[in-house]
Ligand binder design. Sequence first.
Ligand SMILES: [Zn+2]
Ligand SMILES: [Zn+2]
Ligand SMILES: [Zn+2]
Ligand SMILES: [Zn+2]
Ligand SMILES: [Zn+2]
Ligand SMILES: [Zn+2]
Ligand SMILES: [Zn+2]
Ligand SMILES: [Zn+2]
Length: 679
Amino acid sequence: MKKRLFAAFVCLCMIVSLLPTMAFAEAGVQDSGIVTSESGLCEHHTQHDESCGYTEGTAEIPCSHEHNESCGGLTDPEACNHSHDETCGYVPATEGTPCTFVCEVCDAQDSGNPATPSDAQPEECTCETLCTEEEINADCPVCSVEGAELDKVCVGVAPMLPVTALAAAPIGQVLYVGGVQISSTGYWTTDSDGNVTASTAGETPTDNYISYDAENNVLTLHNATIKNELEFNESIEGGTFISGSAIGVFNKSGNAELTISLVGTNTIANVGKGIFVLASSASTGSSNLTIQGDGSLNASASQTGIWVQSNGNNAALCVENAEVTASPDGAVKNGVLVQAKDGSDVSLTVNGGSLTASVNANIWFQFGSGVSGSGTPTVTVSNNAIVRANGGIANTSSTSIQYGTGNKENGGIVWNGTGGTVYGDVELQEDLEIGEGESLTLDDGASLDAGNHNVIVDGGTLDENLANSLGDSVKYAPTITTHPKNVEVKEKETATFTVEATGSDLSYQWQQSTDNGSKWTNITGETNATYTIATTTMDMSGTQYRCVVKNSIDEVTSDVALLKVKHNLVKIEYKAPTCTVNGNEEYWTCDTCDKYFSDANGDTEIAKDSWIISAINHDWNDAVYTWDDDGSTCTATRTCKNDSAHTEKATATVTGAQTKAPTCTQMGETTYTAAFEAS
Ligand SMILES: [Zn+2]
Ligand SMILES: [Zn+2]
Ligand SMILES: [Zn+2]
Ligand SMILES: [Zn+2]
Ligand SMILES: [Zn+2]
Ligand SMILES: [Zn+2]
Ligand SMILES: [Zn+2]
Ligand SMILES: [Zn+2]
């Protein structure tokens, strides 16, 4: 209750300060004076007392300052330099303190019904723009209540329409949306194929529609999708000029102007030009497009996303609070093209919200139809707006682009390609990412306040002064500077893997794969930059390890490192067998596990003694027999073919027998026989 009324005061004050000449007869609200709260009272605690801590809030006493010559606000209320003082009488509202009494009786009765109204948080208006009966913010818990007095409860700020947009369309102007001509107030539905169809008279579509307010020349896109373009047709006004456009505005003899108001998420695609506003006369007529509202629009087209052109005068594109993306999906890379007569001015104003020429699209300022011209191109960013042209911001004028913040309190950030510049004092409305290859710097006298948000450096660089001034608001994405390397250890030795990374608040998780990287599993508890395996075992050999390094911004995975565990091998040299002694093949034995291997890598395990090469035995030559003179003894000697040092000698006992008796003329013969034992 209290907050609700307080919200009404805030609302009133903001409107007064924005539109000081408008009279608001809301005395009833102001006179309600002291704001009280019923909260905390019950039949057991009927009055607040000293112990419950309750104090009343007070209403704001408004400022009675009237603009005068010295304050500078007579001609321009926004330029008023008045600050509240004793004479103006301004006293800010105070919130008071809540009752802290807890009633045990009521609480007991209420148990089981936790959502009692007295427990509920008082709802606050969340609107950024002022609700009207025609357009109520369904997301706001206050304004969306049926019968809510919007002019009292809504704290949204009335949209600051450019003066030109508050008028009806210029005489002679035609407007086509999705190929359908729109010339009077009404509703058009859009389907998921992007077709635009006029609604039945008197019916208001519930969603996915376009409405046109002819009185103010405002086209509202309400979660609309437009994928049809105006066909080339000589017989229709503008048909030869703005054909190919999803939203085409054309005037051949005067200004071409449109205000597009965005509600929700809107899409333009499959067309030649997303939005084309053209004042085609060479002698008269400027071209103005304003895109406002708190919704978004993504306009992609084969030629140009958003195109504002005047052949006879200035051209201006203004984005107010909306989130607008323009992308060309064809060969031409114009995301946004603002084109004026040679010698005239081109302006791009983004006051809150954002304008993005996505992917590699540019923002292009053209003067006349040639490749060079004159005239002043200006880019004005205010109210913490973000302009991003990944393909750069360029122009054909001999005058370079003038960047500034206008006379607004807050400036904005402009990304010209990969270089971002902060103009004026900017407070981030969302996180700002400095991506790969990008850098952000401050313009002279500019400042950047991250507010509750962060500047996220994810591959880019931040001006050092800027980084220092932002302090803890700068968050660096994880970057691995040194990857873990392959490790080879002996069995039972310690293996250590290390990853080195930079980034804010990093956490680590080591993973392993035993199937050559097909499947990775976290290693429980291994959450440091270094992973140590104190005692390796042979079965760990071949396991792959990697580390996932992450923080709130991103996560990166290191290269894979392989662990190789080797046996502690000692080589046993080959030994040739001899006739009598076994030899052996060369083999290796592990000092740690006492296993045997046939190879130096320890790959092939072999059984003990499998390396033995049996003795080859003597291979004797024929024996040589030597008789002594009297034939009584005979010695047999033989040597080994393998080694002549191997000899064997045997002396035989000789037995003799006369095998032939002597005759007169012939000698007899005695045959001696030496017998060797076989060996
Ligand atoms: Zn109390
Ligand atoms: Zn003043
Ligand atoms: Zn004052
Ligand atoms: Zn009670
Ligand atoms: Zn509201
Ligand atoms: Zn509201
Ligand atoms: Zn071993
Ligand atoms: Zn031998």
